[in-house]
Design a protein around this ligand. Sequence first.
Ligand code: WT7
Length: 650
Amino acid sequence: MSEVQTHRVQPAWKKRALIDDKTYQQWYAESVESPEAFWGEHGKRIDWFRPYTKVKNTTFSGDVSIKWFEDGLTNVSYNCVDRHLEKRGDQVAIIWEGDNPYDDKKITYRELHDHVCRFANVLKKHGVKKGDRVTIYMPMIPEAAYAMLACTRIGAVHSIVFGGFSPDSLAGRIVDAESTFVITADEGLRGGRTIPLKENTDRAIDIAAKNFVMVKNVLVVRRTGGKVGWANGRDLWYHDEVASVPAECAPEQMNAEDPLFILYTSGSTGKPKGVLHTTGGYLVFASMTHQYVFDYHDGDIYWCTADVGWVTGHSYIVYGPLSNGATTLMFEGVPNYPSPSRFWEVIDKHQVNIFYTAPTAIRALMGAGDQHVKKSSRQSLRTLGTVGEPINPEAWNWYFNVVGEGRCPVVDTWWQTETGGIMISPLPGAMDLKPGSATRPFFGVQPQLVDNEGNVLEGAADGNLCIVDSWPGQMRTVYGDHERFIQTYFSTYTGKYFTGDGCRRDEDGYYWITGRVDDVINVSGHRMGTAEVESALVSHPTVSEAAVVGYPHDIKGQGIYCYVSLMAGEVPSEDLRKELVAHVRREIGAIASPDKIQFSPSLPKTRSGKIMRRILRKIAEDDFGTLGDTSTLADPAVVDDLISNRQNKK
Ligand code: WT7
């Protein structure tokens, strides 16, 4: 791909940058040659109640065990709040920008301390203890951050469920985590529309009860004032509760390897997995990547547009920035409300210096036209970031040239829920940029490309992306199922962490992520197992079988393409198609909305009954000239029918 223009590090970036190319080379070499010494030093960037004496104790073989800073004691909320009070108690910690452009507020570190302590005391008052799992199902309001920090303060493990998930999805996560305390709001507000969070919670709790997990309390933040159902004795209003507790709460001394949070994410098989992150290593990694990747300096205004329901919100709205004493902006709304200028207006309004968003938003705003960007100033901007899926060079160039006016480096950050923090990304003062490439590994990250047989590929190559040694932010286990952790990540290529991504390394050692190589699709930066959508479809009474694949989508990156076989006697119709879309949304949530449904009386199967997804993918992509070998199909004629009824004709 030599046609992609390389952008050299500009003198202004280098001048300001914390890390230049020489330092990068030096630190990187040290980080992989002597990880003990390197992380022993950088682990000190957070405060410890008792310093660690052991740094790294990890193995990717056998039972797989990952421990960092294992004898150190610390507390995440202490590091994100208390330790800043002396120097920057009056500095703004959180700028909240509401869905409505006239709705905003600023919370200083001192105020944050107050809120977090009170919140923690409310949790304690209702019996939440160290190690308990607390489910958070919240809109993007400051109380979501208070709730997270309050959990960490008392050592409770939070499990955040994105507000766009259905009651069923919420229930599944409550049950898996055996969580008996839920924090929610009356309603969420996005793009002028309300989301019935409390009502969904009530339904989820009923479903959880049928699965023998009894939620004891629901703490409800009043956001819209909308009417909600109420279970006396179980439900608690946040505003009532905080009024009667003290504004001081000593942070619990947590071991570095004590669980910090669980976050569910989809894989190629089965139910979503509870990715478990622990305390010390996670915070060190989130904090360090936040500082160096975004070239964060004291006083910078930083905005990540993600939702706290995703890992990006955990690491780069809350924990990374707050541990660094940053001013972090939390946005309740959506990119195109009230108009496609919203992002740029917010940047001007709050004088944002660092802006981090997703390719899907960039593509959508690019499609809306440059005029929406150009009516803003954007002079405060210094660094632009992207995350969630591969960014096509066209979108990258638009982001760089139109949004950043060629002045701001674009950091394309590759990482995963499992990795806790950014793994491959430019550092603004150290790497020349190539649009579409996440460039080079962060300190301590050792990528390796392997072919399907596991042979290591050297030099310029295309293969499956593995990481060969541990880094502090790595997930420690799948909650409650360590065997699944080993199976999912360390068994495809024995002794290596397999990411599930395909990747190319070019002649300059730059990494280009090519997308998932497993049955996971990435829709608008949201990860989804095709198996989950299939099981939602077959739970509909008219459906006998379903196969789901991704196909290229201009805005979403990938769209959801469903092949559906109906029960005998059921008749395909437009109404049924709509009903199935609605059904999947009800089962999983709006993010899983099928884009295309093809009714197909039979699916292409091998003689042993295995669905040949390769063929289904090709047909969904409208690229059936090269279907490859179909001779192993039980009934090759099926393919002709699938082709003639395809839903994605170009
Ligand atoms: C998958 C992880 C990490 C926060 C958001 C998503 C894809 C993520 C990039 C990027 C190409 C990317 C990968 C990865 N991905 N960032 N910069 N370039 N692909 O977290 O839901 O755990 O998804 O997102 O396929 O495996 P996630």
